[in-house]
Ligand binder design. Structure first.
Ligand code: ASP
Length: 324
């Protein structure tokens, strides 16, 4: 678990690339470096906006787009496959200023599902659109689309075959990297506004039509200026049943808990015993950041007013990028 705090005049941005980290035993230095680099690109995209006085909503959109464009993570380009060998992506975005929110579920085509969610929030008059109708709406808004081949990754296809084989043999899949993955960002901008964004391919070999927690407002995504902004990753069904993100905000609002305490209690004491492996990233109204997870790792990163890019994968402290 990692936490940092920030003065209330600065900005804070936290990101995650999912709780489905590769087992340490199979992680190579090259792969590890590639994950850190992917996380840094996302932090840089958000930092450029926030350092310039830009809004939290734009920052989380930019940070998530960078992760969706990166095939290493399970969202957009690197999305996992359903049991039928198709990709069905979910995404949500929420603006802490007025709790406006937009989400899409079960789509494959828009290059950046987070932009689809944002378009739903800003232009549809609704909160959630699904499937073919959501895509039709994205086309009408002029969003960029990609062919199926753009979204194909060997790694995810292989994971599907392995998961289906394990399922057939009746074995339990213990590999978190096959099961989990999602990307997300939460931010507090210099004006004190909060926003959250989450995007995912869901869980490998999920049933066609299954929708996880990411696009469910209050489960995998939440933002409210009075409390906090949250993006989750993990076993979506459990996060939905426990209204994970909203539960953290409620503990702050009604029980007076700090972000750090509320986030830790929900992830470690509530979700874990219920079978909800995974974690969350959160930022509160004062810019405090909390990144608890109950899995063996969570790809994650933080950047604050000082501009330092901090990233991490396993339980250790975040490391600062020392490069150019
Ligand atoms: N929460 C995502 C879902 O259930 C998957 C994950 O983050 O591992 O769709």
């Amino acid at each position: 678990m990692t936490s940092t705090s920030s003065s209330d005049t600065g900005f804070s941005l936290a990101i995650h690339g999912g709780a489905g980290t590769i087992r340490r035993s199979t992680m190579t230095p090259e792969r590890e470096a590639a994950y850190h680099a992917g996380l840094r690109r996302s932090l840089e995209a958000g930092r450029a906006i926030l350092a310039d006085g830009g809004g939290a909503l734009d920052a989380v959109s930019a940070a998530v787009m960078a992760l969706e464009d990166e095939p290493l993570f399970n969202a957009g380009r690197g999305a996992v496959y359903t049991s039928a060998g198709k990709q069905e992506m979910d995404a949500a975005i929420m603006d802490g200023r007025d709790r406006s929110a937009g989400a899409v579920a079960g789509i494959c085509g828009p290059r950046n599902p987070i932009l689809a969610a944002r378009a739903v929030m800003e232009h549809s008059g609704h909160v959630v659109l699904i499937g073919e109708s959501a895509m039709e709406f994205c086309r009408s808004r002029g969003l960029a689309f990609e062919e199926e081949s753009y979204f194909f990754t060997e790694q995810r296809w292989k994971a599907l075959q392995e998961t289906l084989a394990l399922r057939k043999s009746g074995a339990d899949d213990q590999d978190e990297s096959r099961k989990h993955g999602t990307v997300g960002a939460v931010a507090r901008d210099r004006h004190g506004n909060l926003a959250a964004a989450t995007s995912t391919g869901g869980m490998t070999a999920k049933m066609p039509g299954r929708v996880g927690d990411s696009p469910v407002i209050g489960a995998g995504t939440w933002a409210d200026n009075e409390t906090c902004a949250i993006s989750a990753t993990g076993h979506g069904e459990i996060f939905i049943r426990y209204a994970a993100a909203h539960e953290i905000a409620s503990r702050m609002r009604y029980a007076g808990q700090s972000l750090e305490d509320a986030a830790r209690i929900v992830v470690i004491d509530v979700l874990k015993p219920a079978g909800g492996s995974g974690g969350i990233i959160a930022v509160d109204y004062a810019g405090n950041v909390s990144l608890p997870f109950n899995s063996s790792g969570m790809y994650r990163g933080v950047v604050r007013q000082d501009g330092k890019l901090l990233t991490g994968i396993y339980k250790e402290q975040l490391v600062e990028f020392q490069g150019a």
